[in-house]
Write a protein that binds this ligand. Structure first.
Ligand code: GLN
Length: 445
């Protein structure tokens, strides 16, 4: 643990993957495990990990990448955090992220940009950019991220690591700072597929604190991992290979499809015609939910309190104006507008209808197929400061958002390189069928 922290601190001079290190608690925990001895039946016992800074950690700064929460020390651990602890992992620190998980590059963080360890001029993706960068740099074997529209899978793709967004409800959201509650999901980011399955084993399951967590039985995700893909039916949705997707990225995913055919799977083209409306619908629904979730940061109940205020109204306005960054403010304005009387039917309701259409498309394909294979992102990692226009930034998630819309499990797996930058392929599975994803990913790896 000492060495891991030392190494991570050294790397962080270049990549800034961490907002804070939790050296004291980490060493204490490690010493306790030393005393008890490593549990031989538990592969996670004593393993240093990192946690995204939107997960509540008792007594330890949890900022969600925001000035608003720059002195917030929660009084509890979130459920996933607690489960990681119970499994014996040692959290060495909290990772950098886009403010309140809003972004695709970790550039909206109040704590500075995180760099991509493959090329320090490139972004690590986001919003779980710090977690991805920490894993790719070799700081930790596993980190937790959260994914609302792609925030685990996109940074995993940009950093050449494995990132799983589980089925909505698989992992408790208790103690995850809410962005868009009907999409948010915690998941593991790791170097290898098997490590990923081991961590998902540890954090899954029903939680009485989160009524959207599912009581579906949690299988051992490593159990069938080496069974191969013979007889598996894999769908290639043609809309995910269209305009805007780099030739090198397409080539890598099509060659992955060929590899699956060689291993005995059937791979066929299908259509998911409504996925192209995913980004438009997401940027109505997610900001709407966010505008509601972020009401609590008013300088009184939660968050930064302005020192300039002379009355209550000013206290609210100034605290929020000072505490939130531009992207968060943009989302709050978008959300309150879409939800306001007179606009609700035209925006929120329409977006919800689009969401249903996207879900129905997936249901149709999954009648005949076990998995869907797509690129994770249209391009490899882009440059720091390259995407200044929010709409261009939003388009980055065009291939990951549909799985969130439908609550489906999706994973990004390394699938090659273009100009020395990693390419990710995305495997989307049926609800609660993470196992088949792991099986196919393991066979490919
Ligand atoms: N990039 C998307 C957004 O900005 C998704 C973020 C996420 O998954 N948390 O909303």
């Amino acid at each position: 643990t000492k060495q891991a922290i030392e190494n991570a601190k050294k790397n962080d001079k270049n990549i800034n993957a961490f907002i804070s290190f939790d050296e004291e608690n980490a060493i204490k925990q490690a010493q306790e495990i030393d005393k008890k001895g490593i549990d031989p039946d538990n592969v996670l016992s004593g393993i240093p990990v990192a946690l995204k800074d939107n997960m509540l950690t008792k007594g330890v700064l949890t900022s969600a990448g925001s000035k608003m929460l720059s002195n917030f020390k929660p009084v509890i651990d979130g459920t996933a955090v607690e489960k990681m602890k119970e499994a014996g992992t040692i959290n060495i620190g909290k990772t950098n992220m886009d403010e309140f998980a809003m972004g695709s590059s970790t550039e909206t963080s109040y704590y500075g940009d995180t760099k991509n360890p493959w090329n320090l001029d490139k972004v690590p993706g986001g919003s779980s950019g710090g977690s991805a960068s920490a894993v790719a740099a070799g700081d930790v074997l596993a980190a937790l991220g959260s994914d609302t529209g792609g925030s685990i899978r996109q940074p995993a793709a940009f950093n050449g690591i494995v990132g799983m967004k589980p089925t909505y409800g698989r992992v408790s959201r208790w103690g995850l700072i809410a962005f868009a509650s009907s999409f948010d999901q915690i998941g593991p980011m790791t170097r290898t597929v098997k490590d990923n399955a081991v961590v998902l084993n540890a954090i899954s399951g029903k939680d009485e604190h989160d009524m959207t967590s599912s009581d579906k039985e949690v299988p051992d995700f490593t159990a069938n991992i080496d069974k191969g893909v013979k007889g598996m039916k894999i769908a290639l949705p043609k809309e995910y290979f269209g305009e805007g997707v780099d030739e090198d990225v397409k080539k890598a995913i099509l060659s992955a499809a060929d590899k699956y055919r060689e291993m005995g799977a059937t791979v066929e083209e299908v259509s998911l015609p409504n996925s192209k409306y995913g980004v438009a619908a997401y940027y109505i629904i997610a900001p709407s939910e966010a505008s509601s979730n972020l009401q609590r940061y008013d300088g009184i109940r939660f968050g930064h309190r302005s020192k300039e205020a002379k009355n209550l109204e000013e206290l609210y306005v100034k605290s929020r104006s000072e505490g939130f960054g531009d992207e968060v403010k943009r989302r709050i304005m978008l959300g309150t507008y879409s939800l306001s009387a007179g606009f609700f039917d035209a925006y929120f309701k329409k977006a919800a209808e689009v969401r249903t259409k996207i879900i129905e498309d997936f249901q149709k394909v999954f009648k005949d197929y076990d998995l869907i294979l797509t690129p994770t992102t249209p391009t490899t990692a882009f440059g720091i400061n390259e995407k200044k226009d929010p709409l261009t930034m939003y388009m980055n998630d065009v291939l990951t958002i549909p799985a969130n819309m439908a609550g489906l499990p999706g994973m990004s797996v390394p699938a090659g390189f273009s100009n020395d930058l990693p390419i990710g392929m995305q495997l989307i599975g049926k609800p609660f069928d993470e196992q088949t994803i792991y099986q196919a990913a393991y066979a490919f790896e």
